[in-house]
Design a protein around this ligand. Structure first.
Ligand code: NDP
Length: 403
């Protein structure tokens, strides 16, 4: 039905491309381009092996807009799926506008020299995409992504508005490594070392990173410590659902992870300020990424489950008073590895990237403009989650959260 160009060939890309190949009635041609072509070739070989589908591969520096435009034209892609890094978001949106191609990503733009998670740079493209008659979908991973669609689904089918929202991201998996991140280490560490921030009573409330800890009993996983963090969907959800009084994001971390990050931060290894080393300028966090395990290699080692979802409280749609719902997905690391050769963190991001792409290619989401996931009809996306490996459940809780 549609031709797609996927940019980036890391852990998330591998899952997205495998799942596209498993849906050939939607993705009639798949092209994959990245900075290192051999990584595209490895993904293409695995896809061929598992599905019989041929993926065309290309070398591309996504910072080179002219090269991306040329490749979009050569492949005839109708949609560019950006699963490279957040630094590439704006240049890839520029390339899409020039080539007349729709756009989708999984993480909001960040300037490389500052860990700043804000949507205003991408929201500024609204008029350009509308005028061009093109669709740009922002944040089609799990969080942001599925958690945003979960909130919209609750607001459409269960609650007439959301008064309180907590996004809970639990990874109960164990990879046996002393310290490893589950997705790009540079992006992950920038995120977890940033100050925590949540939305309350119409303003942002900031606290130091990793200082607010709560033990929570997650379905399918058990009790884990989760920490209050800032996450980009808080900005878009509090903007698009203005009735929200409080919105928070929580992520689980084990004690060993927290200890490692604390030491690395204390000794300056998480810094993104350049330093001179033996006459060469290096960025400590980028050097750290080089020596840490590649998350793409953790698939075979990781056991356990993830449980990611939303707890939302608000007035019930049927007028029966205030209600609280917990909507979540449980995903098993070993089952993901058996299906596509990746662990569950890459799987829970790559599958929604594929589903978001399917929404655009099938015309289910076709309005011109720049959209966050919660602004779009949740129903066709939620149906595909159930059939594409990320089934969800919704339960009513007795009371709002007490933490
Ligand atoms: P990886 O580091 O594994 O992969 C990134 C890929 O992008 C690599 O193949 C890299 O190339 C390529 N790349 C980087 N710079 C360029 C460039 N200038 N031109 C072309 N290719 C480039 O990252 P992940 O797969 O872990 O993450 C991918 C994205 O998904 C990130 O933006 C991340 O923030 C997002 N994410 C979103 C989540 C969500 O739930 N919404 C959860 C997890 C991740 P090379 O191999 O040469 O380095």
């Amino acid at each position: 039905m549609g031709k797609v160009l996927v940019v980036g060939a890391g852990g998330v890309s591998s899952v997205a491309v495998h799942k596209m190949a498993m849906n050939p009635e939607i993705f009639s041609e798949i092209a994959l381009a990245s900075r290192t072509k051999s990584k595209c070739d490895d993904i293409a070989a695995s896809v061929k092996d598992r599905t019989g589908v041929t993926v065309a591969t290309y070398q591309l520096d996504a910072m080179d807009v002219a090269a991306t435009v040329a490749l979009l034209r050569a492949t005839g892609a109708e949609l560019l799926v950006n699963v490279a890094l957040p630094y590439q978001d704006l240049v890839l949106m520029d390339a899409c506008l020039e080539a007349g191609v729709n756009y989708l990503d999984t993480a909001n733009y960040e300037p490389e020299d500052e860990a700043k998670f804000e949507y205003h740079w991408q929201w500024a493209y609204q008029d350009k995409f509308q005028e061009a008659g093109l669709t740009a979908i922002l944040g089609s991973g799990f969080d942001p992504g599925v958690t945003s669609v979960f909130a919209t689904w609750l607001r459409k089918h269960k609650l007439s508005g959301i008064r309180q929202l907590d996004v809970l991201d639990c990874n109960g998996g164990d990879n046996g490594k002393a310290f490893a991140t589950n997705f790009n280490p540079e992006i992950n560490i920038r995120e977890v070392t940033a100050p925590a921030r949540h939305w309350e009573a119409g303003q942002w409330v900031e606290s130091p990173a990793m200082t607010h800890k709560v033990a929570y009993d997650f379905p399918g996983v058990g009790t884990k410590n989760m920490y209050l963090m800032y996450h980009e969907e808080l900005e878009s959800l509090s903007t698009h659902f203005p009735e929200i009084e409080r919105a928070r994001f929580w992520m689980t971390f084990g004690d060993a992870y927290i200890n490692h990050v604390t030491v690395l931060e204390n000794i300056g290894m998480t810094s993104i300020q350049p330093v001179m080393h033996n006459g060469v300028e290096i960025i400590p966090l980028q050097f750290l990424k080089t020596v840490l395990p590649d998350p793409g290699d953790l698939g075979a080692l990781t056991k356990g489950k993830t449980c990611i979802g939303d707890i939302a409280t608000g007035p019930a749609i049927d007028g029966s008073g205030e209600k609280t719902f917990y909507i979540y997905n449980i995903c098993d690391h070993e089952e993901c590895y058996a299906e596509v050769g990746s662990q569950a963190v890459a799987y829970t991001t790559g599958v929604p990237a594929m589903i978001g792409a399917a929404m655009v290619l099938t015309g289910a989401w076709k309005e011109a403009g720049v959209w966050n996931m919660e602004q779009l009809d949740p129903d066709p996306f939620m149906e595909m989650l159930n059939t594409q490996g990320l089934p969800w459940q919704v339960v009513e809780l007795d009371a709002p959260v007490d933490f």
